[in-house]
Design a protein. Structure first.
Length: 258
């Protein structure tokens, strides 16, 4: 019983710490004007909970709790219920084989923009104009690949400015996008996911863990939030040490009196 009483305040402090963290992050999400967020954990990407994904090419399956694309390329899945202009989309991706992982903005199946991270560690922003070859708008090389590890991918379109970021999970989002391009051909359209490559096997897969979509830039959690959480954890640790000292002294006193 004394042990339970000893741990209760520390648990309360941890609860408060994580509540503050959750509140701050949710406040950031609200400021980013979130349109929808889907983690595919219900195993169904087409049930309208929270949105309905409509695959137009390839095979898309969410039964594992991730959204996995296989089959003939290019593979495209869109959310046509939301026709967007200014858009920011973030996802976590992993690929097998030589396939790439891309976010589509202002898209119809064969029209619009793609922000892609390829299996060889190259990034590109391209414009799709129907059956014609993609128009390359800009690119960059990065020292990591979505084959070796999960990678965060974010693609923004604001006005005629297109910005693409990629970074390994567990690292900080780069301060500046690795690729920036300007194009005003397509002012609006649905957001979506793309799995494509010039040469790939139908069994090569692209896996999406979640998708966040907003109409303002999706920010990285601030350093202030992390510092605040760290301070609360330190406070909790000090309280635990103080309580243990108090309990130890009480036990010693009881033994002496007895």
């Amino acid at each position: 019983m004394p042990r339970a009483n000893q741990e209760s305040p520390s648990k309360l402090l941890l609860t408060v710490a994580f509540c503050i963290l959750s509140w701050t992050i949710s406040t950031q999400d609200a400021s980013a004007a979130k349109i929808f967020s889907d983690d595919f954990n219900d195993g169904n990407a087409q049930d309208g909970m929270p949105v309905t994904w409509v695959p137009s090419l390839g095979t898309w399956d969410a039964s594992s709790g991730d959204y996995v694309a296989t089959g003939p390329t290019p593979r495209v899945a869109l959310v046509p219920d939301h026709v967007l202009g200014d858009t920011s989309v973030r996802t976590q991706v992993r690929v097998t084989g030589t396939i790439g992982a891309a976010i589509g903005l202002r898209r119809q199946p064969l029209f619009g923009y793609a922000g892609e991270l390829r299996a060889n560690g190259t990034m590109a922003i391209a414009r799709l104009d129907g059956a014609a070859l993609p128009v390359f708008l800009g690119g960059a090389d990065v020292p990591f690949s979505p084959v070796d590890q999960d990678v965060m991918l974010q693609f923004d379109a604001f006005g005629d400015k297109l910005s693409l970021w990629a970074w390994p999970v567990g690292e900080s989002m780069p301060d500046e996008p690795q690729v920036v391009a300007f194009d005003a051909t397509y002012p609006e359209g649905p957001a979506g996911l793309i799995s494509a490559a010039f040469v790939a096997s139908p069994t090569d897969s692209t896996t999406y863990r979640f998708v966040h979509v907003a109409n303002t830039h999706i920010p990285e959690p601030t350093t202030l939030v992390l510092m605040g959480l760290g301070g609360l954890v330190l406070l909790c640790a000090r309280r635990v040490r103080a309580q243990r000292t108090t309990v130890s002294r009480a036990v010693t006193a009881n033994r002496t009196n007895s």
